[in-house]
Design a protein around this ligand. Structure first.
Ligand code: SF4
Ligand code: SF4
Length: 412
């Protein structure tokens, strides 16, 4: 009998592709900007060639909410597929155990057995992996070429050094001592998952009616990285990696029989249609609605922003011709993807009477740039008034408006 396809090669390919993506994404740029990077000093998020500033945080929160709901939805539909196929902890444990086997070591009860030379060489692998993981995480904050230049010069910010060393140590301890214990004993996801799964969630199991075909070869138990026996039914330690499924298929193919273990939607033949219930439909609807809001918000996002404040350091001055000079600080942010030239104008709110501005009233900003402008507003000394500051582009179109209330100074 022809063996059904094994899922191990597909799982490994998936792990390789996702791991490589995580490693190389920080190296890529779109239009001269990082593909994905958080610029902490500039409070910018670079994402697919776009620059989101702190003012756009609501978009990031919206995207995070979609991600969290999507994660829950995937758990309800696909069960613990995250654990076995995508989780970095599983990938690191797989690499650690694969390296150990290559060096002639055996992994039993999460401990390494074998020659001392092999164990020492394995520590070198762990050190390399730990550095790679720690550096890779930082590349999402510092462009990788800059990271390596500063690292070579020992010129990283102290916060970066602390993050690098701490992450390195944590990953090293994880690889050297903890590995699968995280999944079996510490990770809360497995516990949460038992509470949110549906009766029709995709599950890897050995159906009761197949048990009588089991030849007790124990192949499924021997290959299980979590060292559990799937024949005992659902266990919280199972990461749905599918190794037992492949092992059983190999054994049973030799006997011209199909494997006993399989992925099915639901434990009792519910099928994928069993997922058409509120547990799945509600988050799916919420995600669709939030995606519409996100796309709409991105489309109508202002291309520039303006904030103004009366200077705290320079007091208003009474000038000739019965006028007052009020000193302002303004902050202009080019939120578009192109460089732009902006002009600042002022008018009285209500009447629209044009007011005179002196100082930095023109700014040539790069895409995403935020700049402070210092300027003076001249107003008639006799009146209190609310002033509107207009930020216009080269074509004279108003892009942003900010307001300030002017209390006139009494003459002494
Ligand atoms: S029982 Fe099977 S799917 Fe679960 S962890 Fe063990 S080998 Fe992987
Ligand atoms: S591999 Fe299959 S046949 Fe062998 S013990 Fe496991 S379930 Fe039974």
């Amino acid at each position: 009998m022809k063996s059904k396809k094994l899922i191990g090669p597909q799982r490994r390919l998936f792990q390789w592709v996702t791991t490589l993506l995580v490693l190389i994404i920080p190296w890529f740029e779109v239009g001269g900007k990082s593909l994905l990077r958080i610029d902490i000093p500039g409070l910018n998020l670079y994402i697919f060639g776009h620059v989101l500033r702190i003012q756009d945080l609501y978009l990031v929160l919206l995207a995070t909410l979609i991600f969290v709901l999507g994660f829950l939805l995937i758990t309800v539909v696909l069960g613990r597929v995250w654990c076995g196929w995508l989780c970095p902890q599983t990938t690191l444990s797989d690499i650690a155990e694969w390296s150990a086997r290559r060096l002639g070591l055996r992994v039993k009860n999460n401990r390494l057995h074998g020659q001392l030379a092999g164990k020492i060489m394995l520590q070198a692998v762990f050190i390399f992996l730990s550095f790679l993981v720690a550096a890779n995480m930082l590349w999402y904050f510092i462009p990788p070429p800059l990271f390596f230049i500063r690292l070579a010069r020992l010129d990283l910010h102290y916060a970066v050094w602390i993050t690098l060393v701490l992450t390195f140590l944590l990953v090293y301890l994880d690889l050297a001592l903890v590995r699968r214990l995280i999944c079996s004993d510490f990770c809360p996801y497995g516990r949460i998952q038992t509470a949110i799964v549906d009766k029709a969630t995709l599950t890897l199991h050995l159906p009761d009616q197949e048990l009588e075909r089991c030849i007790e070869c124990e192949s499924c138990v021997k290959v299980c990285p979590m060292e559990i026996d799937i024949r005992d039914g659902y266990q919280v330690e199972c990461t749905n990696c599918g190794r037992c499924l492949d092992a059983c298929r190999r054994v049973m193919t030799k006997r011209q029989e199909p494997g006993l273990i399989s992925y099915t939607f639901g434990l009792y033949g519910e099928g994928i249609s069993g997922l058409l219930n509120p547990r799945v439909l509600l988050p799916a609807t919420a995600i669709a609605a939030l995606l519409i809001v996100l796309v709409f918000s991105l489309a109508v996002r202002p291309v520039a922003s303006l904030k103004v404040a009366i200077s705290h350091t320079v007091a208003p001055r009474l000038l000739e011709n019965n006028r007052t000079g009020t000193f302002f600080n303004g902050w202009v942010n080019n939120r578009s993807q192109e460089p732009a030239v902006y002009t600042l104008q002022a008018r009285t709110k209500g009447t629209g009477e044009t007011l005179v501005l002196k100082g930095q009233t023109k700014a040539d900003l790069a895409a995403g740039e935020n700049r402070r402008l210092d300027f003076v507003l001249l107003t008639p000394s006799s009146k209190h008034l609310t002033v509107e500051f207009l930020l216009t582009d080269e074509a004279g179109e108003i892009l942003a408006i900010a307001e300030a209330y002017i209390e006139q100074q009494e003459k002494e």
